[in-house]
Design a protein around this ligand. Structure first.
Ligand code: NG6
Ligand code: CA
Length: 519
């Protein structure tokens, strides 16, 4: 890892000098200015490659993301580590592919924390470098331990704090999973002790109506799953009772989270800070604030794209206002590819009308196709990152090693095993990033340059990665197709399986994948 750091410094003389100066003279101000910029990850949920203007969308309004792309580097081959939320978030925070650790697929809302507090994480590494760290928004990495399940009415830990975040304001799991309450620094916000919260993912608790029993009470119907406790007129996954005063307001959520991020920036503007800003948008249930409702022809799914852009804009505006934009790396990306119907009847399918959520790619969320993990991926750092477009292959799993190199941190030997220092690519100093990448759809795929091999079983798996609906055709996941080889240089849409034609390439990639798995 230290070698990586050295390489990065070599490629950036200014950075090297500043780090050197800081080292020799102990000038932390210099280090802050040059090698300890603030870092903000603007992390959308389920936002697809083709869902934003700068990647080709025309039916939505994303001026803030488009501005970041114009002022920064827009990647065309930037990836989440997986095609669903929990494994991608596990990887971005730990620098380890999630498939190495069992139990890291989509978690229920009462799951235990899946990140070992002993390990080095992106926030703990940056904390060690002197950063104030915070997590705002969607968590979905579990809370509590297996032995001591989370106590919603007491101290909720271990959680963000135990893995390196100084401040946290989170949704415990997802917007469509109970409990529908915010947890701030390990306590449910606005909880009335006389109205304790009970949560179950096994059976109904309390007397709240459910989507299944009382569909007449719903303001939005579910299309699959999502038939348990009704909260704010929307039935969710899982049952909850109590906590009335603590229930979040879905329509206000985007602004609530953005304001928390802005406050954190205001409070920490004079020291290096790291913000993991994980929006609920554009995940289901899609419930835009009234100022965005109906603003796009795409229905709620389009409206919440406008909304997430606005939330990002609020954060970026704070940097401008406080005059710290030049000293802040802002990253925009998403945890997995797009999905249109993800369990509620919100018109997303009907109103798609030519909009291509995954852009030119096949598939999306839950799938092994490029649409599963290839995301909007933008890095802006005024004066340091030359604006442009980069085709370098990079992945969110690389942030840990890359930012360790940037901030001069040495990682322990066993930390972040899959994180590569691709800092020169992230800063636009190099046109190349990784040579290989493992993509986690259902089955794993391996990328080697523009070659891609999906290593799936021949027969379709009985139950795809997410609980599938039964009344519609099975999603085109790429699973069940056996070995599938694609040359993305000529076939970006993964239409032409070359496995039979090129058995040697298949063998080579299979062996490479096995080697990386075993590493
Ligand atoms: C699936 C849910 C889906 C969504 C997903 C997690 C059903 C039928 N589907 O199981 O709605 O919540 O899990 O999404 O319940 S993610 O972005 O957090 O990975
Ligand atoms: Ca997601």
């Amino acid at each position: 890892k230290w070698l990586y750091a050295g390489t990065a410094m070599k490629s950036s003389p200014a950075l090297f000098f500043a780090t050197f100066a800081a080292f020799v003279f102990g000038v932390s101000a210099t280090a802050h200015a040059a090698s300890k910029p603030n870092i903000i990850i603007l992390y959308a949920d389920d936002l697809g490659y083709g869902d934003v203007g700068c990647y080709g969308a025309t039916a939505v309004h994303t001026p803030n993301i488009d501005r970041l792309a114009k002022e920064g580097l827009r990647f065309t081959d930037g990836h989440a580590a997986a095609a669903t939320c929990t494994p991608s978030r596990y990887a971005i925070l730990t620098g380890e592919y999630a498939w190495r650790k069992p139990g890291t697929n989509i978690l229920p809302g009462d799951a235990a924390l899946i990140i070992d507090p002993q390990r080095t994480t992106l926030p703990s590494m940056l904390k060690g470098a002197g950063y104030a760290t915070c997590a705002i928004g969607k968590w979905h990495l579990g809370l509590g331990t297996k032995d001591t399940p989370v106590n919603w009415n007491g101290d909720i830990k271990p959680g963000p704090h135990e893995i390196g975040f100084d401040y946290s304001f989170i949704l415990p799991a997802t917007g469509d999973r109970v409990p529908c309450v915010y947890v701030e620094n390990g306590r449910v916000l606005n909880l009335d002790p006389k109205d304790p919260i009970e949560v179950s993912y096994q059976h109904k608790v309390g007397n709240e109506p459910t989507g299944k029993e009382n569909p007449d009470l719903l303001k939005m119907q579910y299309s699959h799953g999502h038939d348990a406790t009704i909260v704010n007129g929307v039935s969710r996954i899982g049952w909850m009772s109590g906590g009335k005063a603590a229930i979040w307001n879905d329509q206000e959520m985007s602004d609530t989270l953005a304001k928390k991020a802005v406050t954190f920036i205001e409070q920490h503007k004079d020291q290096p800070f790291f913000i993991y800003f994980a929006t609920h948008d554009i995940h289901v249930p899609r419930l835009p604030h009234p100022r965005f409702a109906g603003k796009t022809p795409l229905g709620p799914r389009g409206d919440v794209i406008d909304e997430v852009d606005d939330a990002f804009g609020q954060v970026v505006a704070a940097l401008d206002r406080l005059k710290i934009a030049d000293n802040t790396i802002v990253i925009v990306s998403s945890d997995n590819g797009p999905v249109v119907d993800d369990g509620y009847k919100d018109d997303a399918v009907q109103k798609l009308d030519g909009h291509k959520p995954a852009g030119p790619f096949r598939g999306g969320k839950y799938t092994s196709w490029e649409g599963g993990t290839r995301e909007p991926f933008i890095v802006r750092w005024p004066g340091h990152v030359k604006p442009g477009v980069s085709d370098a292959l990079v992945c969110q799993v690389d942030f840990l090693a890359s930012f360790a190199a940037l901030t001069g941190q040495t990682l322990p030997e066993d930390a972040a095993p899959d994180s590569m220092n691709v800092l020169p690519a992230l800063l636009g100093e190099s046109k190349t990033g990784r040579e290989t990448l493992i993509e986690q759809g259902g089955p794993l795929s391996i990328r080697q340059g523009l070659w891609k091999l999906i290593v799936a079983q021949k027969a379709p798996p009985k139950k795809p990665m997410a609980l599938e609906d039964h009344d519609r055709p099975v999603r085109d996941t790429g699973a069940g197709g056996g070995l599938q080889l694609f040359n993305l240089a000529e076939d970006i849409g993964e239409k032409k399986n070359l496995a039979e034609q090129q058995p040697d390439k298949v063998k080579e990639l299979q062996a490479l994948l096995e080697k990386m798995r075993a590493a």
